[in-house]
Design a protein. Sequence first.
Length: 370
Amino acid sequence: MVDKGLKGVIAAETELSFIDGDQGILLYRGYEAKQLAVRYSFEEVAYLLWYGSLPTPAELTAFKAKWVRYRQLPEPVIHCLKQIPSDMDLMSQLRTAVSSLGMKPFEGTPQADHAIALTAMMPALIANLYRAQNGQPLITSIPTNESLNHTAHYLYLLTGELPSDVHVNALEAYMILTMEHGLNASTFTARVIASTESDIVSALTGAIGAMKGPLHGGAPSAVTNMLEAIGTPERVEPWLREQLEQRRRLMGFGHRIYRTRDPRAEALKQRIALMESHDPWLNLALLVEDTAVRLLAEYKPGRGLYTNVEFYAAAIMRAIGMPSELFTPTFTASRTVGWTAHILEQASDNVIYRPEAKYVGPRHSSVNVS
Ligand code: SDX
């Protein structure tokens, strides 16, 4: 039996994350992701995923010192950034920029540091592409002071101002919760490329190509577009009904694995409540969520269609003033940890991916072409 989406097919063993789609559970290396997002930093959770245990204070100090050294972009990459047309969408630009990392001197980076180096460089890549798109000068001398953790460093590069703790904490929770999620489409892409013993930059570039799709990482900006199209509380139900009548998908809802609420959406919803945001957009979002879940149960009974992480990703990003064109690049910055962790895991026990396809085409008795 052919399942075009590989639904339910177990294609690898992993120690990185566990997802129970019926109970709405997500574990990173056995720890609840929701708990890690409350109690640890992005750097500490990345360390856990890459090396299998949370760092001791001494390990964390050495790790962060190495991390900030890798923030600086190599000269050839800065040269490449200046050539990328800024009228392309940011994810297409980022895919091109990341592929340029494969040039010298990155290839001289010790293999053991590839994951940390690529993750540490992402904020400067994204921020510089965004700045160029908005007519601002590139930041070529990247600050490497440890006073700014990874999330604060990212916000500082984007805005040129030191971010508030409220914004850093909210974005860090989002970035930890979206760091890793098993064999989703982009991570599976990375593992397939890694399984041929190709290089990590090729695997990352392929993953970004998968991530940018609207059914995957492209959803958060589609959620904001949906909320802006709805506009007012009175329009919520008629607008959603029309979409479902026309068999259109509601962005931010449904999931291949979760048949209950995505635990990450839950955690982000609680985080937003802590922000005491008085943005009327948020009230509309809450009404859209309740109505959409009710209507999805009516139009698609038994499918278990609930809110996924992207719905509240959009809300968190909007609450901290992140423009929607930066939603998927930010998701990319966080998921670079999961992608590189899976690439390392694939290399540790590698078998090349090569599934089969069922032939359903014609058969010709001879080659005579009239
Ligand atoms: C992410 O996999 C991951 O882990 C991904 C991710 C991660 O962390 O990496 O969690 C991140 O990608 C989250 C998902 C973001 N995408 C969206 O919000 C886009 C909207 N959602 C869908 O397109 C959809 O729910 C998917 C793609 C996410 C999952 O689709 P499935 O599991 O393949 O479900 P399906 O396409 O087989 O649909 C089953 C039925 C269909 O109806 P029927 O044809 O059987 O009548 O449910 C319907 C679908 O039409 N359906 C929806 C729907 N999602 C599924 N109907 C309306 N709105 C939706 N959102």
